[in-house]
Design a protein around this ligand. Structure first.
Ligand code: SF4
Length: 376
């Protein structure tokens, strides 16, 4: 059996040609009807508050970064904004509502005051209420609001189709002086791993992933993919792994000496496929790999993630989402079929204990609406 450094060396030296052959062979292990399918979820984003207790060097989102065009920070998303977004999402036929925010925004007095004004005890109660509101209109929440306690995860699982937290990188030196996590006290590998484990114990279908190009090395990526594999082996709850590349932005502190390339990102997606196989979907955000979609398909990706017809990628606002039609054409011209999925992957809907009754009810409503549309 190979040790970690031998494994890393073997993977690092793999040519793209050899990688493609191995990936091809892994995909043939899928049922025939799934071998040429790429999925996506039609979603929209609710950016709840961009106040964050951390300040990651690469982050463009948090309140400390000056906003372009005199845009304001979001203390707490306004009720009117929520209603507008929900109405548009329903009109567009979205099924997933991605709830995102900075971490623990209610550590800031300005957020606490706003919550109090609107009769919420804390930010967590606000999020939970919003999840319930979304389910009432047949939108399935996927919450990713940073590190949460076991009790908070437990409370949210009833109202979320799936949840997420990027592992990003467990490379310890990122927290050292000069590292991107130097000013992010809660962004420790231990906190993130603990949350993924807790989600596993609670049987929450989970999304995690790597953020590439933030100061980690190739061997850190391999180590983290092996860690994800181990966590999934133990708990069986990781439905997808995002391989996301850092993109440069104006106003942030981090300036990599050697920015991550799309080629390197896609090679990592291919390596993720080798390590994780077909049991966990490999996802790359298509707005960050523009013009390389064919290469992404060749690297064995399974999924293009959440595509919003009308909201921004708040983390990479300069990178617009491609249209679903565009992705459809790309897939078709490369012999693949693009298919819509829900924020909970099919196999988790019926996996014992992974889908709450609240979520099952909404999935049934969504399926019924699709049938009604077909019949009309
Ligand atoms: S924890 Fe998230 S929102 Fe907060 S600074 Fe880091 S990347 Fe930005």
């Amino acid at each position: 059996m190979m040790n970690l450094s031998q494994k890393v060396e073997e993977l690092e030296n793999l040519t793209i040609k050899k990688l493609k052959v191995k990936i091809e062979s892994i995909r043939t292990e899928l049922p025939r009807e799934e071998q040429k399918v790429i999925t996506f979820s039609k979603n929209f984003t609710l950016s709840l508050s961009n106040y964050c207790q951390n300040q990651c060097g690469y982050c463009f989102y948090n309140q400390a970064i000056p906003k372009e065009n005199n845009e304001h920070n979001i203390v707490l998303i306004k009720e009117e904004k929520i209603n507008d977004l929900i109405q548009t999402a329903v009109k567009c036929g979205c099924t997933e509502a991605l709830l995102m925010s900075g971490e623990a925004p209610d550590t800031f007095i300005v957020v606490q005051k706003e919550l109090k004004k609107r009769n919420y005890r804390d930010f967590f109660q606000f999020v939970r209420n919003l999840c319930e509101t979304l389910l009432d209109v047949n939108l399935l929440p996927h919450t990713n609001i940073g590190v949460l306690s076991f009790a908070q995860l437990k409370s949210l699982r009833e109202f979320n189709a799936s949840m997420g937290l990027m592992i990003e990188s467990t490379c310890e030196s990122l927290s050292n002086p000069g590292g991107v996590h130097e000013n992010s006290p809660s962004k420790t590998p231990e906190n993130r791993i603990k949350q993924i484990k807790n989600a596993g114990k609670l049987k929450i279908p989970f999304t995690t992933g790597l953020l590439l190009g933030i100061g980690e090395k190739f061997q850190d990526r391999v180590k983290d993919l092996l860690l994800i594999k181990e966590l999934h082996h133990k708990y069986g709850h990781i439905q997808e792994v995002i391989i996301q590349n850092f993109t440069e932005k104006i106003g942030i502190h981090y300036r990599p000496n050697k920015p991550i390339t799309i080629e390197e990102t896609l090679k990592t997606a291919g390596i993720a496929k080798l390590i994780l196989g077909n049991d966990i979907a490999i996802q790359v955000p298509p707005n960050l790999i523009q013009n390389y979609e064919k290469e992404a398909l060749e690297m064995g990706i399974d999924d293009f993630g959440g595509i919003s017809p009308f909201t921004l990628d708040y983390i990479n606002p300069k990178h617009a989402w491609p249209t679903i039609d565009f992705l459809d054409k790309i897939c078709e011209s490369n012999g693949y079929k693009l298919m819509e999925r829900l924020p909970i992957y099919k196999k988790y809907i019926n996996k014992k204990g992974f889908c709450s009754e609240n979520i099952k009810k909404v999935i049934n409503n969504i399926n019924q609406n699709v049938r009604n549309k077909k019949d009309s």
